[in-house]
Design a protein around this ligand. Structure first.
Ligand SMILES: [Zn+2]
Length: 90
């Protein structure tokens, strides 16, 4: 296990005990300035996902994205894990 929760604002690894939150704030303000890129909109991510699926299908691959629970177990404390495999014809 090598999962370090990162702050959604500055991208710094979160201190122990604060992994259940998405941002710094519990232990103080972010040690770094905000990430330069603002996040994409849900619609943009959805479009990218559709494109990813189309690319995978064109290449004969199957993409699965799972949610893996992180410690400590808490609502929203998980990370996405993508897997790419060749598509079997059965
Ligand atoms: Zn931060």
């Amino acid at each position: 296990m090598n999962d370090v929760a990162k702050c959604g604002i500055c991208g710094e690894p979160m201190p122990a005990g604060e992994e259940m939150f998405k941002f710094h704030g519990y232990s103080g303000s972010c040690p770094k300035p905000s990430l330069p890129k603002p996040g994409k909109t849900q619609e943009q991510i959805q479009q990218q996902a559709a494109q990813l699926i189309a690319d995978a299908e064109a290449a004969g691959m199957v993409v699965t994205i799972d949610l893996k629970a992180l410690q400590p177990l808490a609502m929203g404390n998980h990370q996405m894990v993508a897997e790419v495999q060749p598509r079997h014809p059965y």
